[in-house]
Design a protein around this ligand. Structure first.
Ligand SMILES: [Zn+2]
Length: 252
């Protein structure tokens, strides 16, 4: 008798860069398994993306943020706003990210909607910090982070989530760094940012480097996201797989 496997599904809510290249939405990936719903990054446009994908924002349990740039965490105030005014959310929300997450979320929320979040929300928010030395167990998901290289902050991470026996890894934003190898190793899927085609742009990955490192990464599937103009111009000629907004992948 074979054991029934729990389906894990990935929905690419937003596969764009910070500049709206190709009309794509900011970074946001939705992972659903065993009745649990997790977002990897929540860029400014994520609520729009979720609505387009038929994902109910009020059912998101956990949001994991790779780094504190707007195209990766700027959608959180809108998620909270939706919970307060539209869905009357009661389900608890766990927000996980680099040190400073809570202060930055609260500061952005106050700038965008002054006074709105000062009064109590009708759902609890728990903040948890990413730490490369301490994997987090959140319900049935194990969440690990790996320090990567993007700008001057030390607290910029690649994410690795294991749920229902499947592993989805995600580079966040980074230039090439050796920590991408343990991040990706043995993953069912690696979602890799690929902002540039051939010139190593500081702080970002490029297509030719990823192609060259493909085998070393040791993941089953390598899927490109966060593509800038130079990659999008060649999208029909690429050997590596690319993701699109709204695309769904079932991990069986
Ligand atoms: Zn970005």
């Amino acid at each position: 008798m074979t054991m029934a496997t729990i389906p894990v599904s990935l929905c690419c809510v937003g596969t764009g860069d910070a500049f709206g290249s190709g009309g794509r939405l900011n970074s946001c990936f939705h992972l659903a398994a065993a009745g649990e719903q997790i977002l990897l990054d929540c860029g400014c446009s994520s609520l729009i993306g979720m609505q387009r994908c038929g994902i109910n924002p009020a059912e998101i349990d956990t949001v994991v943020i790779s780094h504190l740039h707007g195209d990766h965490f700027g959608g959180i105030p809108f998620l909270l706003l939706e919970g307060k005014y539209v869905s009357q959310r009661s389900r608890p929300l766990t927000l996980i990210g680099p040190p400073g997450l809570q202060q930055r979320v609260e500061a952005v929320a106050e700038v965008l909607y002054p006074g709105v979040f000062g009064q109590k929300l009708n759902f609890p928010i728990e903040y948890r910090l990413l730490d490369p030395n301490k994997p987090l167990q959140i319900n049935s998901a194990q969440i690990e982070c790996f320090q990567v290289k993007h700008g001057s902050s030390q607290h910029v991470y690649g994410l690795r989530v294991e749920v229902a026996g499947k592993v989805v890894s995600y580079t966040g934003d980074t230039e090439w760094t050796e920590s991408l190898i343990p991040l990706a190793q043995g993953s069912d899927i690696l979602i890799a940012e690929c902002f540039a085609y051939d010139q190593p742009v500081p702080s970002h990955l490029d297509y030719l480097t990823l192609l060259q490192k493909r085998k070393q990464l040791g993941c089953q599937r390598l899927l490109l996201t966060h593509m800038g103009p130079t990659v999008l111009a060649k999208i029909d000629q690429l050997e590596l797989e690319t993701l699109n907004d709204g695309e769904r992948i079932d991990l069986l």
